[in-house]
Design a protein around this ligand. Structure first.
Ligand code: 0X9
Ligand code: ZN
Length: 447
């Protein structure tokens, strides 16, 4: 009896060890960071509608077998990451469709690592043009979500008279996070500039540039004419990380993750939040396949993050007059995109909006001669329905709306953090230019 009991308990013990090992192993798999060794980066160009359709069909169904870094457009190059297991089939399909493939990088992991290296020269943080070294934090590394949230609180503590609110949107992400925002201004309800960042997880330079922007705005108020003008004239709302689940996942697990982390259906993960807004939702430039990186979600505003932005913007603009500008900040390509994007159409006030975009682009180019362009969204990039910038105007009531694509120019989401300060400075100058060039603002800019 006792022998039996003993053997039972020892086999239970063995099972426990096995179970523990299994848990450790599975947890190891779940937390291991994905490597992109052996993945290739290629560029392709569709010469006509037929070739475009081949690429477009792949885009709509392909994730995680193909990762489009830039979407297909007739006669423009599109950059695609091709994992090793998909390469032969991909090449065969391209061959059948007669689409030429240029190999850009043999090993995406190496490419990402190289791209993280510090850059020197006129674009680097030591540039004399920037003229400001103070601030409540450093801007030399990409910060995690919690650090960013803590810094918003730090800003309120350091500048209580300039930070009106640090709070969270009225929502919770799939993984249970709250989405923090900050309201900067000198008091009273002024015209609003609303800035949404990092709706796409992998575009890390956006968070860095927005932190620099906020730090500069607060630290230089009363010292520089630009900061003083902006805070005296506007209420500036910033949501630096609109997609915290995706952003954290891009740090811990998959550097190149784009969407949020919700589970719209069994077996697939994530909705493209920049396709989930109520702006002709589910029409052009989206996929209804939830494996796709441009999946628009099961229904309009299905996602907590998009709902949170919608509700805050609607609350701000309840009287219909306060929201002057809605800025959606992305990377890469070095562009300022004007509305609308859901189709090849423009808003009634496009003349003013385009004049402001031209001024913003001049400002972005000014300090380092960085090659920024501006243009109408659908023709400059591609048509996109359900994007937040269009909703900002159509639903949110903004008079001006823009999508920024920050640095770099060439296909990459990984750029050295030495770009944060110069790119942040470019962004800063462009918001000053926007602030000085919107109709209905009486202040004049003498700087
Ligand atoms: O496709 C997107 O959502 C944006 N590009 S990104 O490479 N950052 O993903 C562009 C959106 C452009 N559309 C609008 N102007 N709405
Ligand atoms: Zn983006």
């Amino acid at each position: 009896m006792s022998a039996v009991r003993q053997s039972t308990s020892s086999s239970t013990g063995a099972m426990k060890v096995l179970a523990t090992l299994l848990v450790v192993f599975v947890a190891g798999i779940a937390t291991a960071k994905k490597s992109y060794h052996g993945h290739r980066l290629v560029s392709v160009k569709a010469a006509d509608k037929q070739q475009f359709d081949v690429l477009d069909r792949m885009l709509r169904t392909a994730q995680p077998w193909l990762d489009f870094w830039s979407l297909p457009v007739i006669n423009k190059t599109s950059v695609i990451r091709v994992p090793p297991g998909s390469y032969d089939l991909f090449m065969k399909r391209m061959g059948l469709a007669n689409i030429g493939v240029t190999l850009k990088e043999n090993d995406v992991e190496d490419y990402l690592q190289r791209s993280r290296m510090p850059v020197n020269g006129p674009h680097a943080e030591t540039s004399p043009f920037i003229g400001w070294t103070g601030g409540i934090t450093t801007h030399t590394a990409y910060k995690r979500y919690q650090e960013i949230v803590n810094l918003l609180t730090g800003m309120r503590n350091s500048f209580p008279s300039l930070v009106k609110e640090v709070d969270v949107l009225n929502t919770r992400t799939y993984e249970g996070r709250s989405i923090s925002y900050i309201r900067l201004g000198t008091g009273g309800d002024k015209p609003v500039i609303f800035i949404e960042g990092l709706i796409h997880a992998r575009e890390w330079i956006v968070g860095g540039s927005l932190m620099y922007f906020m730090d500069r705005l607060l630290s230089r108020y009363g010292l520089d004419a630009e900061a003083t003008f902006l805070l005296d004239t506007y209420d500036i709302y910033v949501v630096p990380v609109t997609n915290p689940d995706g952003y954290e996942y891009s740090h811990t697990s998959q550097r190149l993750w784009r969407k949020n982390r919700s589970v719209p259906r069994n077996g697939c993960r994530g909705v493209d939040l920049n396709r989930n807004f109520d702006a002709f939702w589910g029409t052009l430039g989206v996929s209804t396949n939830c494996n796709s990186d441009i999946y628009c979600g099961p229904s309009v505003f299905s996602e907590a993050e998009a709902q949170g932005i919608r509700d805050k913007v609607s609350e701000i603009n309840a009287g219909g007059q306060r929201l002057h500008a809605y800025l959606a900040v992305h990377s890469y390509s070095q562009l300022v995109l004007t509305p609308y994007s859901y189709d090849y159409v423009k808003p009634d006030n496009f003349v003013e909006v385009e004049a402001a975009a031209a001024e913003m682009t001049n400002a972005l180019r000014l300090p380092f001669n960085t090659d920024y362009r501006w243009g109408h969204g659908p023709t400059t990039l591609y048509p996109v329905s359900g994007a937040s910038d269009d909703w900002g105007m159509l639903g949110g009531g903004a008079r001006y709306t823009f999508t920024y694509e920050l640095r770099p120019k060439e296909a990459n989401f990984e750029i050295s953090p030495t770009n944060i300060i110069p790119n942040g400075y470019e962004f800063w100058l462009s918001v000053v230019a926007l602030g000085c060039n919107m109709n209905g603002i009486s202040a004049t800019c003498n700087f």
